[in-house]
Design a protein around this ligand. Structure first.
Ligand SMILES: C=CC1=C(C)c2cc3[nH]c(cc4nc(cc5[nH]c(cc1n2)c(C)c5CCC(=O)O)C(CCC(=O)O)=C4C)c(C)c3C=C
Ligand SMILES: [Fe+2]
Ligand SMILES: [Fe+2]
Length: 367
């Protein structure tokens, strides 16, 4: 039966049992290839987002197009090439794997929930995944950011992408957003276990450096709680590891531009440690749930080099949680908690469907 009225039920409603609740695991995004052209495309979209760079628009667009997009893509592409895998960019590979595992974990608990993954910038966009979900008859979507700490530059920007898609959509699904899980017990325990496992094999360092992605300091003055959430994660992690205040440090990496960002910066911290006679430092990046350019290249390559050149002897990089089973379990528990009240196994109501069809026909819809 073909209906053309505004009350037209969407196709999946006319079929049998369909999963109608979905989870969308969202990460930042990454270039399609480690080439200057692909990196330029990615950076142009990323750095044009007013959530990411909050300086007067015209001035920024001049700097972005006049300087940054002329110089950075080639340099960044070479860095991406140094971490690229056969399957593609590590950020994409891990995010895809996490979504697959989360689907399996939730399935084991008898949830008829479809799990998809998306990137805020670049391919496998949030809009394309929401379109695909709608085509599958999904009516409720839980947005799960890959960022444990809330920042307007990342988390809020994901929300913007969802809302923008919604402005162009007639029948909008119900949405829920997880904003933060920086102090989630499962996330902290997974981090602590992965570090303890690493130390069991490799011994312990003189210092553990917990390096988080930086943001401009101004965002803190404007009310972004990111800085505080990173420090809370670090404190809880140190407590779980039984570390004294002199055994760990927090720093912020990946600064871009000349403005002051959250301090202390990671690289100068590593240099200061090397100069101060710290023999072994282990670096962990608790704010990144997947290894990516910022951890594999900036920390494990550039950071290592900086520490050693400053006189440090041993540098260890402790990988991100990636596909760690304890982490996937924590993600599953977190997801389940936020799905509460949403039936995740549902049979479409045939009576309601019949009534809406009759109403549509009455109003002139063709059969
Ligand atoms: C003004 C610039 C940037 C802000 C603010 C920012 C915040 C921010 N970013 C992440 C997570 C990631 N960033 C990644 C790469 C990356 N970040 C910036 C700039 C800002 N980030 C740039 C220009 C790049 C691209 C790489 C480069 O050219 O240096 C990545 C890795 C992407 C990958 O492909 O591997 C992640 C992840 C967070 C969590 C955050 C704020 C809290
Ligand atoms: Fe970034
Ligand atoms: Fe970087």
């Amino acid at each position: 039966m073909l209906l053309t009225s505004p009350f037209q039920p969407e196709p999946p409603y006319t079929h049998g049992q369909v999963p109608r609740t979905a989870v969308l695991l969202c990460n930042l995004g990454t270039p399609d290839a480690p080439t200057p052209q692909a990196v330029r495309r990615y950076l142009a979209e990323f750095l044009s987002d007013p959530r990411v760079v909050e300086i007067p628009r015209l001035l920024w667009l001049l700097i972005l197009h006049g300087i940054i997009l002329r110089t950075r893509p080639a340099k960044s592409a070479a860095k991406y090439a140094s971490v690229w895998t056969k399957e593609g960019s590590p950020l994409k590979v891990w995010t895809e794997k996490q979504a697959k595992l989360l689907q399996g974990w939730l399935g084991q608990r008898n949830h008829q929930v479809k799990v998809r993954w998306a990137m805020r910038y670049g391919s496998t966009s949030i809009a394309s995944q929401l379109d695909a979900m709608k085509a599958e008859g999904v009516t409720r979507v839980l947005i799960v950011p890959a960022y444990p700490q809330y920042s307007a530059t990342t988390t809020a920007s994901l929300c913007d992408a969802v809302y923008t898609w919604a402005t162009k959509t007639r029948a909008i699904p119900e949405f829920r957003f997880i904003n933060r899980y920086h102090d989630d017990a499962g996330y902290i325990a997974a981090l602590a276990s992965s570090i303890q496992r690493y130390w069991k094999v490799n011994g312990k360092p003189d210092k553990l450096l917990m390096s988080f992605h930086g943001v401009p300091e101004r965002t803190l003055q404007l009310g972004d709680m990111y800085h505080c959430e990173c420090h809370k994660t670090a404190r809880l992690l140190a407590e779980a590891l039984n570390l004294g205040k002199d055994q760990y440090q927090v720093s912020f990496q990946s600064r871009l531009g000349r403005a002051k960002w959250l301090e202390p910066y990671t690289e100068p911290t590593l240099i200061a440690m090397g100069k101060a006679g710290v023999k072994r430092v282990d670096v962990v990046c608790p704010g990144f749930s997947s290894d990516c350019l910022e951890t594999l290249e900036e920390i494990n390559m550039e950071g290592r080099e900086a520490f050693k050149q400053a006189g440090g002897k041993e540098f260890h990089y402790i990988p991100c949680l990636n596909d760690d089973p304890e982490w996937i379990t924590a993600l599953c528990n977190l997801t389940q908690k936020h799905l509460q009240g949403w039936p995740t196994l549902e049979v479409p109501d045939a009576a309601v469907l019949q009534t809406s069809r009759k109403a549509a026909v009455k109003m002139g819809a063709k059969q």
